[in-house]
Unconditional design. Structure first.
Length: 650
């Protein structure tokens, strides 16, 4: 398709002509929130309807607009304009979000190049579809436009004409399958398609031809009407004396670049001229999920906690339905400012403990929310000094760094997922007994924290209050808050830990692992394992200790306790002339470890580089350090089975 434009035309005009082969559609649904409410309740179709959020009308149907109600009008003013106005609360976005994604999915069934722009807008690049249809049309066929043509009627734009037919087909599908009406713009780039889509409303579409780009840009009342020019950018341009689109077009590029930088200056100049080379980028699954609420004034920690818990309740449910596991949590607040009412936001973020992420995925909503509230409050105290007065107007909670759970994660939370794949299930269980024994012998939550796997314990999960009890004085600091909150574990009222297993450690384990430890198969295998180790026949005192230990435990549970741990060391301690096993290592469990792991541990203990912290009351002598090449090679070859990586440094 030849434009017939001379090569002496301005560069910006040649760029528009060069991009004329593209066909971009912009879809904008009519009064979206109101339409969703009318679909949910057909009785609202013929009455003036407004969707209310807080104290304003966020949108209204066209019956209400005919009676003077407008978007962003206060509820009081709207009622004065239209006393019979029916108001629907629109603060729960669930239904709007679901229907929005239905529209996007329907557009994707036509074309893969769909980019979401908010709940009610989508860009679609149909250039490929147009080319396919154009190839099937002979030159003698005349192509008419569907819908309106901005300021001009011409049939010499076959690509845009075909694009108008595709837009009409998509709008018909949205109306017939979902029940929503909307407008569409057809142009050669995203900027122009968005500008022209709102020319004729409601439920219409408009095509913008290349020769009318100057006309539509000249119709804009101010720089804020240019998509891509936001509030802050408009303020900076106004400081330079640029108020209208024409001002920006005529401003020397060098002057603009000195004030804003070369890249920004060129981008703004292109937007003012109707040039937009950006591609329609398929949105895909959202990279983050968030929820927020705004209010006139919030000034106490109690109110903040209640609002955070409310927001997290809905957000965690959305995250569970999404199916991915969030890795990062972000809290955003907005303080009151008389001069900068909408843009004074500040945020803090932190990692989400693995156990909490697993609860979200598995649907354990209440426990996940309880732990996330504590994490959120910690972040809040980093931003706000609660010992002084504060005034918030917005709180936002957000999950980001979302990770899909593929087939490899199908055994989510299972104990075997924490160990190398070449360990048998039996040895995996023994590894775990080894861990619990270490924590029980040291008998402190702090040591338990350092013995367990990295992602099993976090400070957040150690301070979860009982459900329904979250109280904190607004005058408290973060430290006082943590001290005043209950440290009752989240599972304390649900599952009793096995005897002689540290309840604090057991409580912090994922629910799947707790169930595994309490399963009959596990208890039977543990009993079988313990029963095959009998003391020597000629030592009656050892037999008495062994019998006493076994008979003190319930059937099926024979667990080494702290008081006889040292005696057990004497009974089954492997003897070596130059190395001793540390006293807090269960030698029986040690004997069940894979040979290469035993060898590695013995080597490390011998070199005085223990994997686990030995009790401070016991001092180990210096061992010789091997300098041989064979020993070094052996260390490297066993790196994949290095037991050290399963523990936190003590």
């Amino acid at each position: 398709y030849s434009s017939g434009v001379s090569t002496s035309a301005p560069i910006w005009n040649r760029k528009i002509i060069e991009s004329a082969h593209r066909v971009i559609l912009h879809f904008d649904l009519d009064c979206f929130y109101a339409q969703v409410e009318m679909i949910r309740n057909p009785a609202l179709r013929d009455v003036p309807l407004g969707v209310q959020q807080k104290y304003i009308i966020v949108t209204c149907n066209y019956v209400a607009r005919e009676r003077g109600v407008t978007k962003l009008m206060s509820v009081t003013d709207a009622k004065e304009k239209c006393p019979e106005l029916v108001l629907v609360k629109g603060e729960d976005l669930t239904h709007y979000r679901e229907m929005s994604y239905q529209v996007t999915e329907l557009l994707l069934s036509f074309c893969p190049l769909v980019e979401r722009l908010g709940f009610d807008e989508n860009f679609v690049d149909v250039t490929g579809m147009v080319e396919q249809r154009l190839a099937r049309i002979s030159e003698s066929d005349s192509l008419s436009f569907k819908g309106n043509v901005f300021n001009h009627s011409s049939n010499h734009h076959p690509r845009l004409a075909i694009g108008s037919h595709i837009a009409a087909e998509m709008r018909d599908a949205i109306r017939s399958k979902i029940g929503l009406t909307g407008c569409a713009g057809v142009a050669t780039n995203k900027l122009l398609a968005k500008l022209v889509s709102g020319t004729f409303k409601p439920n219409q579409q408009t095509v913008l031809l290349q020769e009318n780009v100057d006309d539509i840009m000249g119709c804009l009342s101010g720089l804020r009407k240019v998509p891509g020019v936001g509030h802050q950018t408009a303020k900076r341009l106004q400081a330079l004396g640029l108020v209208s689109v024409k001002d920006l077009q005529l401003c020397p590029l060098g002057d603009l670049a000195r004030e804003l930088g070369g890249t920004t200056a060129q981008r703004l100049r292109n937007l003012a001229l109707g040039i937009d080379e950006s591609a329609v980028t398929p949105t895909g699954a959202p990279q983050s999920l968030s929820d927020e609420d705004s209010f006139r004034k919030m000034c106490s920690v109690k109110e903040v906690m209640a609002k955070i818990q409310e927001l997290l309740g809905s957000l965690v449910e959305r995250m569970h339905k999404d199916g991915r596991q969030p890795q990062t949590f972000r809290l955003t607040i907005r303080r009151y400012s008389a001069t900068n009412k909408w843009f004074s936001r500040e945020s803090r973020q932190g990692p989400i403990p693995g156990g909490v992420g697993q609860k979200i995925v598995s649907g354990n909503i209440e426990d996940a929310v309880s732990q996330l509230v504590l994490l959120a409050v910690k972040l809040f105290h980093k931003m706000v000094d609660c010992s002084t007065a504060f005034h918030l107007t917005l709180i936002n909670v957000c999950f980001s760094n979302l990770q899909s759970r593929g087939p490899a994660a199908s055994g989510k939370g299972a104990i075997t997922s924490f160990f190398t794949h070449n360990a048998s299930p039996r040895k995996t269980q023994i590894f775990f007994v080894y861990l619990v024994h270490c924590c029980s012998v040291n008998n402190s939550a702090q040591n338990a924290d350092s013995c367990l796997l990295d992602h099993q314990i976090s400070e957040c999960s150690r301070n979860v209050p009982p459900k329904g009890q979250m109280t904190c004085n607004s005058e408290q600091s973060e430290e006082n808050y943590e001290a005043s909150c209950s440290t009752e574990g989240i599972n304390s009222d649900k599952t009793k830990p096995p005897p002689h297993v540290d309840p604090e450690v057991f409580r912090l384990l994922p629910e799947e692992i707790q169930k595994e430890l309490l399963s009959p198969d596990y208890l039977n295998s543990l009993q079988s394992h313990m029963s095959k180790h009998e003391p020597p026949e000629n030592d009656s005192s050892m037999k008495a200790d062994w019998s006493r230990m076994n008979h003190q435990q319930p059937a099926g549970m024979r667990v080494i306790t702290e008081e006889n741990a040292m005696e057990q060391d004497k009974l089954w301690l492997p003897r070596s002339s130059d190395c001793n096993i540390p006293g807090n290592v269960d030698p029986e469990v040690f004997s069940e470890l894979p040979p290469d792991v035993q060898k590695e541990l013995m080597s490390e203990w011998k070199q005085q580089n223990p994997v686990l912290k030995t009790p401070s009351s016991r001092k180990t002598g210096k061992g010789s350090i091997s300098k041989g090449k064979d020993r070094k090679a052996e260390g490297r070859s066993s790196q994949s089975n290095n037991l050290h990586k399963y523990f936190k440094p003590c």
